[in-house]
Design a protein around this ligand. Structure first.
Ligand code: HSE
Length: 341
C-alpha cells in the first residue's frame, strides 16, 4: 500500500522528515508495512538549497496546490504559526485528507475547531511532535492514560530555554551566546522570543493540560513568564545554594476544581528529579491516583527527534487510514468551563 505524502514546509523539522522519508523508505515499509512516498513538498523559497535530494518538479512554493492535489493522500504540516498553516490544515481535513502536524501554536489555539473538522470528515489529525519533540507523550496521555484521573502534569517543555539555562549554569556561558547556539542547532523557534518569553511552553502546557484534564485549557489561560528576567547572577546564586533554575510548565486542579496552568522559572533543589534534566532534554511528569508518577523524558527539540515523532504519526495515519484521534480534549463537546476568544 503506497501512501502519497504532501509536506508543507521544509525547515529544520520538515527537512529532517523529508530526508528520513526519502532515505528510509524501504526500511519503513519493511518494518511497518506502509510505503510512504514523498509526493510533493511546499517550500517558501524554491531557490534555497535543501538538505534532501528530491526532483525539482516535486517542490512548489504553492502549499495550497498540495492540499488540493488529488494524488496526495496525507498532509504533513510543518510551517508553524497560525496562518497560513491553519487554513491549509482545515482545507486538507475538509477535503478528507488526514493531517500530521507539529504545530503547537495551532493546536493549542484552534485545536477544537481542527479536531471538529477532522471528525466531520472522518479522518485523523495527529500532533505527537507538537509537545516534547521526540518524546512520545501525546498519545500516552490521550490514549493509554484515558482512564486515569490525572492530578498533575508538569515539567520542562521547552528545549531552547533548558539549553540556555544549562549552558549558563554548567559552563558559565552568557545568555546571548547560549541562545545563539540553540538557534544554530535548530532548537529555537523562527522567532526565538517565543521560546525565551515562555510563549512556546504555554502552548505546550495548554495542550498537555487539555488532554490531561479532559477540558480545554486555552493558551491565554496559562499564566506564563519566561527566562528573559533570569540573570547570570540568579543562576550563580542558585548554584551556590545547590539549586538549579528551570522553566517549568505545570497544570493541576485548584480547590475550586478549575485547572490552573502556569509556566515560570523555578529554582529547584539539586536533588529534584528535574534538576538533572539538562540541555535540550525535556521531561514531563504525569501523576494520577492509580498510576502514580510517570516520567517521560528525551530530546525536546531539533530536527531529527521531532521528525521521528512525526514519522510515527504518519505511519499510524497511513496504516490505519482512519486512525484514532489524539485530540479528544480538543473535541468541541460542551465543557464545564466556557471559554471565549
Ligand atoms: N523551540 C522549541 C523548543 C522547539 O525549543 O522546545 C520544539 O517544540
Amino acid at each position: 500500500m503506497t501512501v502519497r505524502v504532501g509536506v508543507l514546509g521544509a525547515g529544520t523539522v520538515g527537512g529532517a522528515l523529508v530526508n528520513r522519508l526519502l532515505s528510509d523508505r524501504d526500511a519503513i515499509r519493511l518494518k511497518s508495512g506502509v510505503d510512504l512516498e514523498v509526493r510533493r513538498v511546499a517550500v517558501r523559497d524554491l531557490a534555497k538549497d535543501r538538505p534532501f535530494a528530491i526532483k525539482a518538479d516535486r517542490l512548489t512554493d504553492d502549499a495550497l496546490s498540495i492540499v488540493t492535489d488529488p494524488s496526495i493522500d496525507v498532509i504533513v504540516e510543518v510551517i508553524g504559526g497560525l496562518e497560513p498553516a491553519g487554513a491549509l490544515v482545515l482545507a486538507a481535513l475538509r477535503s478528507g485528507k488526514p493531517v500530521v502536524t507539529a504545530n503547537k501554536e495551532l493546536i493549542a489555539t484552534r485545536g477544537q475547531e481542527i479536531v471538529e473538522a477532522a471528525k466531520r470528515a472522518g479522518v485523523s489529525v495527529m500532533y505527537e511532535a507538537a509537545v516534547g519533540g521526540g518524546i512520545p507523550v501525546i498519545r500516552p496521555l490521550a490514549e493509554s492514560l484515558a482512564g486515569e484521573d490525572i492530578d498533575v502534569v508538569s515539567g520542562i517543555v521547552n528545549g531552547t530555554t533548558n539549553y540556555i539555562l544549562t549552558a549558563m549554569a554548567k559552563e558559565g556561558r552568557s545568555y546571548d551566546d547560549a541562545l545563539a547556539e540553540a538557534q544554530r542547532l535548530g532548537y529555537a523557534e523562527a522567532d526565538p522570543a517565543d521560546d525565551v518569553s515562555g510563549r512556546d511552553a504555554a502552548f505546550k502546557t495548554s495542550i498537555l493540560a487539555s488532554l490531561a484534564f479532559g477540558e480545554r485549557v486555552a493558551p491565554w489561560e496559562v499564566e506564563s513568564e519566561g527566562i528573559e528576567g533570569v540573570t547570570a547572577d540568579d543562576v550563580a546564586s542558585a548554584t551556590e545554594k545547590g539549586e538549579v533554575i528551570k522553566l517549568i510548565g505545570s497544570a493541576q486542579r485548584g480547590i475550586d476544581g478549575r485547572v490552573e496552568a502556569t509556566v515560570k522559572p523555578l529554582s529547584l533543589p539539586g536533588d529534584h528529579p528535574l534538576a538533572g534534566v539538562n540541555g535540550v532534554t525535556n521531561a514531563i511528569f504525569i501523576e494520577g491516583p492509580s498510576v502514580g508518577r510517570l516520567l517521560f523524558t528525551g530530546p525536546g527539540a531539533g530536527g531529527q527527534p521531532t521528525a521521528s515523532a512525526m514519522l510515527g504519526d504518519l505511519i499510524q495515519v497511513a496504516s490505519r487510514g482512519r486512525g484514532p484521534r489524539t485530540g479528544s480534549a480538543h473535541d468541541p463537546r460542551p465543557r464545564r468551563q466556557v471559554l471565549h476568544r
